[in-house]
Design a protein around this ligand. Structure first.
Ligand code: F6P
Length: 344
């Protein structure tokens, strides 16, 4: 078969591992040929692609980012977009498409599959918020980066008797804040699933100062709501899927904490460092397992389906099911945060 791959939405450590494994198995086991469209759906519309061969994918599973580059392009919103995609795929004699992306990218994959295009998906997001899969690749790397940063914040916060608020990614779900906050021993962990109670946050920090620890670490997800200021956005611009750019809740929270407690407070926003650099061993392995499954899905003609991790197994579900809702933290995880907090 002649198979095309693309990567859409925010990049994610592990994307190259998926590409590597799908292409390697496709060529070696099935005798497939591959191309990679550049810049997500934009590259399909513009007919921009590169060949993917055993030679040019060699070693990419070790590298972060995506060799195919990415964009946030919403084909559904572009007049004639679907027709253009159909035309370009036909022109390049593409038998099947593998789209690596999060909910937005996969909403386009589903739309194309519903319109007669042979397409399957692979779930991608550091936010780990895609339904029906236990974990997306990239999440483990982001958590490791954030945890290491939090470790470093402890010593400087301690030296200066300060509170430091660390903002991490997580638009709709607080998986990164939860995992890095708990692993990094933060005194306060705040997730978008729960509105911030500033009095409780201040009480937790005061507890430290009253009990001989004259500093505090707060981890807050970018998507958190602070009733005093609402959800903080970094720019009024929205992407083609209608998402505002979130950024700044950490800074807003830090100034409120300082005002309410009198503790000197600083904030740090980890931003895109969480998406950069090499993937962890876990993400390289998970990415490659997703890639192997994706090329099997193509040969089993599982159009409109997406690879998922269920326990230890990589399997697949419908894209419709995967994008119906965001996978968010629930009471089990709130309990972990609560049980490890100071009793105030
Ligand atoms: O991929 C999801 C995400 O990491 C969100 O947590 C964040 O809001 C967004 O991407 C940022 O994307 P961009 O690269 O467009 O600024």
């Amino acid at each position: 078969m002649r198979v095309a791959l693309l990567t859409g939405g925010g990049d994610c450590p592990g994307l190259n591992a998926v590409i590597y494994a799908a292409v390697r198995k496709g060529i070696q086991t099935y005798g497939d040929e591959f191309i990679g469209f550049l810049n997500g759906w934009r590259g399909v519309l513009d007919n921009q692609f590169i060949p993917l061969t055993l030679e040019n994918i060699d070693g990419i599973q070790l590298r972060g980012g995506t060799i195919l580059h990415s964009s946030r392009t919403n084909v559904k919103k572009i007049p004639g977009g679907i027709e253009k995609v159909q035309e370009v795929l036909k022109q390049n004699k593409i038998d099947a498409l593998i789209a690596l992306g999060g909910n937005d990218t996969q909403s386009v994959t589903l739309y194309l599959a519903d319109n007669g295009i042979n397409a399957v998906g692979v779930p991608k997001t550091i936010d780990n918020d895609i339904s029906g899969t236990d974990q997306t690749f990239g999440f483990d790397t982001a958590v490791m980066i954030a945890t290491e940063a939090i470790d470093r914040l402890h010593t400087t916060a301690d030296s200066h008797n300060r509170v430091i608020v660390c903002e991490v990614m997580g638009r709709d779900a607080g998986w990164i804040a939860y995992a890095s906050g708990i692993a990094g021993g933060a005194h306060v962990v705040l997730v978008p699933e729960q509105e911030i109670d500033i009095d409780h946050v201040c009480a937790l920090l005061k507890y430290n100062y009253d009990h001989g620890k004259h500093y505090g670490i707060v981890v807050v997800a970018e998507g958190c709501h602070l009733p005093e200021v609402g959800q903080v956005i970094g720019s009024k611009e929205v992407d083609s899927f209608g998402h505002a750019r979130l950024s700044g809740i950490g800074e807003a929270l830090a100034s409120l904490i300082e005002k309410k407690t009198g503790f000197e407070t600083r904030s740090v926003n980890l931003g895109h460092t969480q998406r950069g650099g090499v993937p962890t061993a876990y993400d390289r392995l998970l990415g490659q397992r997703y890639g192997l499954h994706a090329i099997d899905m193509v040969h089993e003609q599982k159009w409109g389906r997406i690879a998922v991790l269920h326990g230890l197994d990589v399997t697949d579900i419908t894209i419709k099911e995967a994008i119906a809702t965001n996978r968010r933290l629930d009471q089990r995880f709130f309990n972990v945060i609560k049980d490890l907090e100071a009793k105030v």
